[in-house]
Design a protein around this ligand. Structure first.
Ligand code: BES
Ligand code: MN
Ligand code: ZN
Length: 485
């Protein structure tokens, strides 16, 4: 991870300098000093480039003098907020290119907005390069450290500390989601969860025998076609001094072939990230522990691989869930809801949480509805829904609320069991949520369908393409805003 060091706002004598500048901002501080030191080169370049300081606008000045290798000026737009600062920080880090020594300054930003810019720089610099063995040194990023120049370095550093913890969590999620499914089996993902013990998280792992003994019939039905046995992992962070915990539950299908209702070959490789809900829960628990959140939180993930084989479940099979309700499995590719049904029930029986939020790459239908701009939010509780949507808006991981209702629920009626696992094409993301709701006891619950958000095919200013880590910052913010005294 890119190292951030906060330092006094003196003009560097070497290396590169990124300057974040608001629209119409009058040169002050380092903005002014660098222009003077370069004999007005920066000001002339900005004028020649018609630089206005609009959001993420870039002006690069190479070898401007004063010993500097380059100056990049990045626009913050008008009245920048944390999201604008974060985006500009991310844009700056790419504009710095292959510099090996760099500093960043934003004379007009408050310490906390400057910290947000640093966070954007860190986030955008994420890379998953474990499996690149032949990368030439000149193709690797060279910047290991970014000096952030501040009027109040201590204040900016204090604001940055929890952000760094949350970025660590999001990076863990991105790593897990990026791993291929031959490496990240349910057992291996469970081991990665166990590593959180080092942060003070209590971790318990259940394997197939215990799950069978307890009656996780729906989850085991999904797992039965795979040579890689399932795991259910419970992670507990007790920073709040007791009381009913918040519960976060993640779908962890380490690979989803569809099972006997097999998926088409094109794009199937994407289904390695069908564990992104679980990945977000693991990253969230790491983030909360690292910043020592004053909250009681349980994270639970159901880890299975959905494969076709001689032992796989068939369309038409009837399974008995942990709750006792039976399900006719019409389509083995609607497996996530089967996993979550047992997890949610187990979570409520074991922890009696005050509220429960599940995250899942649950349906292709939510991508048709919302694209890659919003995650789908379903909830039985308006206050919970509003708080989650507000948290998402605050951190740039947006949510859009979708409806629930009896008419959708009726689409799940089965001729032979208590319900079917699919409700047909109309409203496919909603009937999936409706299925989950049948496993909610009386309490606030929300379901986040993150199928369109877990993976990005394009770079965004502060999130590189690939695994996004969506959900970690959102839920961390949700916890911080409402459940820590
Ligand atoms: N994991 C998929 C959903 C998915 C699709 C996530 C595309 C990310 C990108 C899920 O298990 C699934 O296969 N859902 C089916 C449900 C259908 C059979 C009712 C779907 O969406 O097609
Ligand atoms: Mn599926
Ligand atoms: Zn799936």
């Amino acid at each position: 991870m890119l190292e951030i060091v906060f330092a006094e706002a003196h003009l560097p004598r070497s290396g590169a300098l990124a300057l974040l500048v608001g629209e119409g901002e009058r040169p002050s501080g380092l903005f002014q000093s660098v222009d003077e030191a370069t004999g007005g080169a920066v000001g002339r370049a900005l004028a020649a480039g018609e630089f206005k300081g609009s959001k993420n606008q870039i002006c690069t000045i190479l070898a401007p003098g004063a010993g500097l290798s380059r100056v990049v000026v990045v626009g913050l737009g008008t009245a920048p907020d944390a999201l604008a600062a974060e985006a500009a920080g991310g844009t700056a880090i790419t504009a710095l290119g292959r510099e090996s020594e760099a500093a960043l300054a934003a004379p007009a930003l408050t310490p906390s907005l400057l910290a947000a810019a640093a966070q954007g720089a860190v986030s955008r610099s994420y890379r998953f390069d474990r499996y690149r063995t032949r990368e030439k040194p000149e193709d690797k990023p060279r910047l290991a450290r970014l000096a952030v120049l501040a009027e109040d370095p201590a204040g900016a550093e204090a604001a940055f500390a929890p952000m760094r913890a949350v970025m660590d969590g999001a990076f863990l999620t991105r790593d897990l989601v990026s791993e291929p499914a031959n490496v990240l089996t349910p057992a291996v993902l469970a081991e990665r969860c166990e590593a959180l013990r080092g942060l003070g998280v209590e971790v318990e792992v259940m394997g197939p025998e215990e799950l069978a003994r307890r009656g996780f019939g729906a989850l085991l039905g999904v797992a039965q076609g795979s040579a890689n046995p399932p795991r259910v992992v419970t992670m507990r962070w007790s920073g709040g001094g007791g009381g009913q915990p918040l519960a976060f539950i993640g779908k962890g299908v380490t690979f989803d072939t569809g099972g006997i209702s097999i998926k088409p070959a094109a794009g199937m490789e994407d289904m390695k990230w069908d564990m992104a809900g679980a990945g977000a829960v693991v990253g969230l628990m790491a983030a909360l522990a690292k910043r020592r959140a004053r909250a009681e939180v349980v994270g639970m993930v159901g880890l299975v691989e959905n494969m076709p084989s001689a032992s796989a479940q068939r369309p038409g099979d009837v399974v008995k869930t942990l709750s006792g309700q039976t399900v006719e499995v019409i389509n083995t590719d609607a497996e996530g809801r089967l996993v979550l049904a047992d997890l949610m029930w187990h979570c409520q029986e074991s922890f009696n949480p005050r509220l429960m939020v599940d995250l899942a790459t649950l349906t292709g239908a939510i991508i048709i509805g919302l694209g890659h701009e919003h995650g789908g939010l379903f909830s039985n509780d308006d206050e919970l829904a509003e708080r989650l949507a507000a948290a998402g808006a605050a951190v740039g991981e947006k949510l859009w609320r979708m409806p629930l209702g009896d008419a959708y629920d009726r689409q799940l009626r089965s001729d032979i069991a208590d319900m079917k696992n699919v409700g047909g094409r109309p409203g496919g993301a909603i009937t999936a949520a409706q299925f989950l709701q049948r496993f909610v006891k009386d309490r606030p619950w929300a379901h986040l369908d993150i199928a369109g958000m877990a993976w990005a095919s394009k770079d965004a200013p502060s999130v590189p393409k690939g695994a996004t880590g969506y959900g970690v910052r959102l839920l961390d913010h949700f916890v911080a805003a409402h459940f820590e005294s």
